[in-house]
Design a protein. Structure first.
Length: 538
């Protein structure tokens, strides 16, 4: 040991006064967000990589201190302005999350996205303080910024974005597999996202679209690019390669399963799950290997570090801005909590869905499918019923309408999970093409009967058979409006009127027919069924 070496600085000098509370608060925010997202990570396989998010976050922060460029923020008006903007945006996103929660519930994907954005803003504000050139605790470099922004990638996608992305992936995988089968000389026909083979049919379901591997690989791509690579071009190359690799590997999996099914192998169960896990593992290994190849073997020596001044407390104004923003957000959270109300339908028994739909009626042929429960695992509920009513109208014409009901007990599934299985997301995969129509929302008007406006869609299959579809998502006795309100004053009035509700039960109601509403609404049977459905909150 060198006797002339100066003694290490005392521990208190490493963490100036006023910094430790900031770090403790940021840690609390991260843990609170993990607690909020934990059910999503546990229930949604697309977000299973979220379990690694806390570990990766702290690993990257440690890597930023050890290997990242020591970029410190100079004191001045610019830094204070950036801090104020981050805090203001974080407060605004938190406020929007609460307002949307009054209409959509706390577990809706849109609300969780706002929470994730708010967390990112507050973590950025904390980074601006810790990266102050007088404090020098955590540098403001690529690694630190990636660690913060990765929280957005463990949050559920908004339902519209998720549906469009899944539909595009399903269509792309199905078409690619079909073209490859034809190149191999395998006879096959395509119906939507279903491939008809000589012996069987194979459907490219939502879980097989590649959305799961895509989200996981994009997250892993950012992590490996930050953890292993130092050159900006290498990082960009790995990040761009991650989604392409995910899509390619999912295509190989779908093609393999289709060829196995064509040979007579039962691909359900073990084969389906084993190939899924294998593809994720192989893709992650390939990303890690690509990162190793992109990293230069001979690293340039780090620049000589100039002696750093001893850490000093940050200026008062940044700390005052930080705690003012955090305090305002805490007051808003208290307001939300104080206005939280128990579910309106708390303690009610599971309803008998079958009793709401007549099993027989004069002049109508009634059909009740028995295979509906095959979707129970995907939908996360076994409370399902569907009945189709058909009546001949002469000259070879007929009237058909189908009613589908599903129920979830409080806490059984998140609102965003239920909302991801709308006809917009599921019907195109079965060969139904959406048709343009001006009234995306429509209230089914009947004399003496008032119902909430429902979502209205028109679909048509390859044979030209039409289906008018109306559907409602009911949360805690109230219809969730998918399109409105976007007005902040309207949201605030809704919050004051209904409060910020806790977990309630959910219904999904769908009515579909080959007739439009002016014609279908004249049927007495339709009026009887809609009257029964009003007891659910319709």
């Amino acid at each position: 040991m060198n006797a002339g070496a100066p003694p290490p600085p005392p521990a208190t000098a490493r963490y100036p006064a006023g910094v430790l509370p900031v770090g403790a608060l940021l840690l609390g925010l991260v843990l609170g967000f993990c607690w909020l997202l934990w059910p999503q990570w546990r229930e949604n396989p697309d977000l299973s990589h979220g379990f690694f998010a806390p570990v990766i976050f702290f690993l990257l922060l440690g890597e930023s201190r050890r290997q990242g460029p020591p970029r410190w923020l100079p004191a001045g008006p610019g830094s204070v302005l950036a801090l104020g903007l981050a805090l203001g945006l974080g407060f605004s996103l938190f406020a929007l999350a609460g307002l949307f929660a009054a209409s959509l519930a706390w577990t809706h994907a849109v609300v969780l996205v706002f929470f994730a954005g708010s967390l990112v803003c507050f973590l950025l504000a904390g980074l601006f303080i810790l990266a102050d050139e007088r404090v020098r605790i955590l540098p403001c470099n690529w690694i630190s910024l990636t660690a913060i922004f990765l929280w957005v990638l463990v949050t559920p996608l908004p339902n519209g974005t998720y549906a469009r992305l899944t539909l595009g992936l399903q269509s792309g995988v199905t078409s690619s597999v079909m073209h490859t089968l034809h190149l191999f000389g395998v006879p096959a026909r395509q119906h939507g996202n279903v491939i008809e083979l000589a012996r069987t049919t194979v459907g490219v379901a939502e879980a097989c679209s590649g959305i799961r591997s895509l989200l996981s690989c994009v997250y892993a791509g950012f992590f490996f690019a930050t953890w292993q690579l130092r050159h900006p071009l290498a990082r960009l190359g790995l990040i761009l390669a991650a989604p392409l690799l995910a899509l390619g590997m999912n295509f190989l999996r779908s093609l393999t399963l289709t060829l196995l099914a064509n040979s007579g192998t039962d691909i359900a169960g073990a084969w389906h799950d084993a190939t899924g896990f294998a593809i994720l593992a192989v893709t992650a290994a390939l990303l890690a290997g690509l990162a190793i190849l992109l990293e230069s073997k001979a690293q340039p020596p780090p620049p000589a570090a100039s002696p750093a001044p001893p850490p000093a407390p940050p200026a008062r104004w940044p700390l005052r801005f930080f705690w003012t923003g955090i305090g305002a957000t805490c007051l808003l959270a208290i307001f939300y909590f104080a206005n939280s109300r128990p579910p309106a339908r708390q303690g009610l028994a599971v309803p008998s869905l079958a009793s709401l739909l007549p099993t027989q009626t004069d002049g109508w042929q009634v059909e009740t499918p028995q295979d509906l429960y095959q979707f129970a695992d995907i939908l996360q509920t076994s409370h399902l019923i569907e009945r189709t009513y058909v009546r001949a109208t002469g000259n070879g014409q007929f009237t058909q309408f189908t009613v589908y009901l599903a129920y979830w007990e409080p806490g059984q599934a998140s609102v965003s999970r239920v909302a991801s299985h709308t006809p917009d997301a599921c019907w195109p995969g079965a060969g139904w093409n959406a048709q343009p129509q001006p009234d995306a929302q429509q209230a089914l008007q009947l004399p003496g009967l008032k119902t909430s406006a429902g979502e209205h869609r028109v679909f048509q299959n390859a044979q030209g058979y039409p289906q008018h579809v109306w559907f409602w998502h009911i949360y805690d006795g109230r219809v969730i409006n998918y399109r409105d309100p976007y007005s902040i004053p309207a949201l605030f009035q809704l919050a004051l009127k209904y409060g910020f509700r806790k977990q309630g039960d959910q219904f999904f109601v769908r009515v579909s027919s080959n007739r439009d509403w002016p014609e279908l609404g004249r049927e007495p049977l339709v009026r009887e069924i809609l009257t029964n459905l009003t007891s659910l909150g319709l």
